[in-house]
Write a protein that binds this ligand. Sequence first.
Ligand SMILES: *Cc1c(COP(=O)(O)O)cnc(C)c1O
Length: 571
Amino acid sequence: MLKILAKLFRLSYVPLIAPSTSDARIETLGRIADSFIYVVSRMGVTGSSATGTLNAALPELCARVKKHAGANKPIAVGFGVATRDHFTSVSSIADGVVIGSKVINVVMEAPAGKAGAAIEEYCASILYEDPNENSIHKESKKDNTSIQNSSDNTIENGTNGVTPIKKSEDFILPSHFGEFGGQYVPESLFDCLIELEREFIKCKDSPEFWAEYESYYPYMGRPSQLQYADRLTEYAGGAKIWLKREDLNHTGSHKINNALGQVLIAKRLGKTHVIAETGAGQHGVATATACAKLNLSCTVYMGAEDVRRQALNVFRMKILGAKVVAVESGTKTLRDAVMEAMRVWVTQLDTTHYCIGSAIGPHPFPTIVRTFQSVIGRETRQQMQAAKNKLPDAIVACVGGGSNCVGMFSPFIEDKNVRLLGAEAGGDGVETLRHSATLSQGSKGVLHGVRTYLLQDRHGQVQDTHSVSAGLDYPGVGPELASWKDSGRAKFIAIDDTQCFEGFRILSEKEGIIPALESAHAVYAAIELAKTLDADKDIVVSLSGRGDKDVGTVAEMLPELGPKINWDLRF
Ligand SMILES: *Cc1c(COP(=O)(O)O)cnc(C)c1O
């Protein structure tokens, strides 16, 4: 696809090869490279390393690329090249040298109006032992034209037909849900995602793996109960409402279903370390728990703002033996934590598994998370059959990134008579900008390696989100949910903070269950839906988590939200 577009606009397609790229993939990339190959000298992100040293394995990497991509494909090396020393050693093993970040730094550090001169001086210091001796102007001009010409020639004369960038066998599982999904990731992650996919497929088809997973059911508290909520049903005055009690799982939410499964896969991959991102801390706690039980070390990335707001969960993770890293970049919330976890993962792929916490991220993560969370929907099916000898008429779940929702809905996708309703966080209201209603209000784009619906402005900048429930406060959503929205198979509505509080209060008062604020969105949506249906219909709500973690937030927000629903708990 990229290659076709490049050709159309008379651009050269330049693939990146990283130290983690496999020989087989180097061969493919060599075949489709139009002009040259960009070899990434080290794992990690761009950035000059004026004080650092080059990757000692670089000559070996270059030799490997030459061997598998074809000796006549020129290679240029970049990432971390900043000094004349770097430049001379790289040019002895490669056909070209790329200096990027350092140039930007030179421009940024130059006094106003002096950037051109600073660059000139910098280039001279790279090209010549004694920068004052040679005329850089002439030389660099010549260099420029030759680069221009050679790439022009390649495009004009290139006879290579358009080869698919990814061989079909690279994707063994479907990587897309309609137009959503995919892998929008740096080259360095590509082979690692394939490794993960291969291992996941082995596990998915292995009875021993599932026997091992299920051997932890007593530990997790599975199967979770499906309970008829008689007083809630009476209150709503319509269809019968049932609760799928994921709140009774070990660690207090559905997150453990996925965390335990992924940590088991990590173990099979021979990884010794697990990293995770977390927003409110529920996924961090679940991952830290699974790592403690399965004896892997664990680091959790958490936005600095969330670290402050969720101090109790940070302490729980530390008690469980995990390291918690506060992420200071951007909005210092969940989306920055995901970004940071991905960045760190690239630098330690050999030892580390990234345990993503929701049905988001590049393929195969959404499929892996769905597979482990679908235990919610599969159990619900069986339990409803056992109780009423039928399927539910409707199912309701809250939607953050979409893991409890996709887990609950996916086993019912083919049962067209089962209505599927997702409740997103409406925050202060969708007419304001302070909400997280990605599916109802968002547009299509790419975030965290996946194409899906996002909350973004018209320039494609991701918007700040808000919800009273930290677990729903995310600007993206799982790609499979995006496809269900477009196909109409599921419906998604926004429930605002005030309505969430009402759901929270009613479930607490009528059923004696304090729900997580996330789950309270689904409870409210279910009550409203029940009112519109007859008494012989059955609605199941995914009660994704318990509310102990939210009692502080409720106390804090009650002066603002309480009066709107006539709720006053002052002494
Ligand atoms: C994390 C969390 C959510 C939101 O995440 P999804 O991936 O959308 O399920 C919902 N409820 C609870 C209790 C959570 O902890």
